[in-house]
Design a protein around this ligand. Structure first.
Ligand code: PGA
Length: 382
């Protein structure tokens, strides 16, 4: 699914070309009347169906939750059926009904069948674990000049097709080059985020950058409560509550960071620390806001230190975070992506991402090299 034509071996490329040539020849002969006409029409169907299938599969990979996929199944089915409506007369034997009546009854049948198909889908997928958005977000921190940032973003765009389209990549450059990076990302599916936003909407707050400003530059996400901001800039739950409100008011999805420091981990307090960080901020969200939230668990002792939490340590605390979220928001907490951050790199990403409650990573150092950042995305098995 993530294979682009650029990745084909010479043998595969020759194979594709041969099949393509035969196909085009058959089609041309049929169009010219040397071969039966049905070959010509079948040709159309093959091309259009292949194109349709490819697009549908791409979209499918992007819809990670059971709910979203259920809707997708229903609507694609309904779309095919509606498109084929003129050919569905066999559904209703002609009993003197008008065209409108027939259309109405057929639409009801489409609806009923659509609901049945969606129900079957839901039953089939009922117990399939881990259906959440997969995210790899790059936190560039205070690194790169604008031109370097653009270069880095272009590098990520260039290599993107080699990674499963099911992975959602986000880059979070410094404020100063958000708009240039946004331009470099244009046309790709890589999204833009900022590393912080102000607690107020606007006004006399010298040096601050409002959520509305970053949203206007094309940001979809904003990292809030990163440990470096808590530690060096005195961010507290109180300010973070205001920042979260600003983010939501401007249509941004917060990537809310939690995590304990070394002393807290050694004292066995890490479960309580992250619980408090969630209770004091995330618990204040409405159910609607909560649906648009990403959590990043970043143990402070692992950030930029080269020390990574083991995959089991990550799983243990991610599961705990999900439990804390479930206690307040119920079953929707199953859909909330929880990312791991802290010295995540290509060599350890796969093992960590394979864990049940780990849905990707917030990447610092390794996000500064396009190659490494993309390689981390490959840590997701399809
Ligand atoms: P790191 O940073 O990957 O360089 O450890 C992660 C982060 O702080 O977001």
């Amino acid at each position: 699914m993530n294979r682009s034509f650029r990745n084909l071996t010479t043998r595969q490329a020759v194979g594709c070309l041969t099949v393509g040539t035969v196909f085009v020849a058959l089609w041309t002969f049929a169009a010219a009347g040397f071969l039966p006409k049905w070959i010509y029409y079948a040709g159309y169907d093959v091309v259009l169906t292949a194109w349709w299938l490819r697009s549908a599969m791409q979209l499918w990979a992007k819809l990670p939750t059971r709910n979203a996929r259920g809707k997708f199944v229903f609507w694609t089915y309904a779309a095919i059926f509606l498109a084929a409506m003129p050919m569905t007369d066999w559904l209703l034997p002609d009993a003197g009904a008008t065209r409108t009546e027939r259309f109405f009854v057929k639409s009801l049948l489409v609806l009923a069948a659509g609901i049945a198909i969606t129900l079957i889908y839901s039953l089939l997928y009922k117990n399939k674990p881990k259906m959440r958005k997969k995210i790899v977000a790059g936190n560039w921190k205070m690194n790169t000049l604008p031109a370097e940032g653009v270069e880095l973003a272009k590098g990520v765009v260039a290599g993107r097709s080699e990674v499963c389209s099911c992975v959602n990549f986000i880059v979070c450059p410094p404020f100063t080059h958000l708009s240039e990076v946004a331009a470099a990302l244009k046309g790709s599916d890589i999204e833009l985020g900022a590393q912080n936003c102000a607690a107020e909407a606007k006004g006399a707050y010298t040096g601050e950058v409002a959520a509305s400003m970053i949203a206007a530059l094309g940001c979809k996400y904003v990292i809030l409560g990163h440990s470096e901001r808590r530690q060096y800039y005195g961010e507290t739950s109180e300010t973070l509550n205001k920042k979260m409100a600003q983010a939501y008011a401007n249509g941004l999805t917060p990537i809310y960071c939690v995590g304990e420091n070394l002393a807290e981990r050694e004292a066995g307090k890490h479960f309580d620390v992250v619980k408090a960080q969630i209770e004091e901020v995330v618990y204040n969200l409405t159910a609607e806001q909560f649906k648009n939230l990403v959590i990043a668990y970043e143990p402070v002792w692992a950030i930029g230190t080269g020390k990574t939490a083991t995959a089991d340590q990550a799983q243990e605390i991610h599961a705990h975070i999900r439990k804390v979220l479930t206690a307040k928001f119920g079953a929707v907490a199953e859909d909330c992506p929880i990312l791991y951050g802290g010295s995540c790199k290509p060599s350890n990403a796969a093992e960590i991402f394979a864990k049940q409650d780990v849905d990707g990573g917030l990447i610092g150092g390794a996000a500064l090299k396009a190659e490494d950042f993309l390689a981390i995305g490959k840590g997701f098995s399809k």
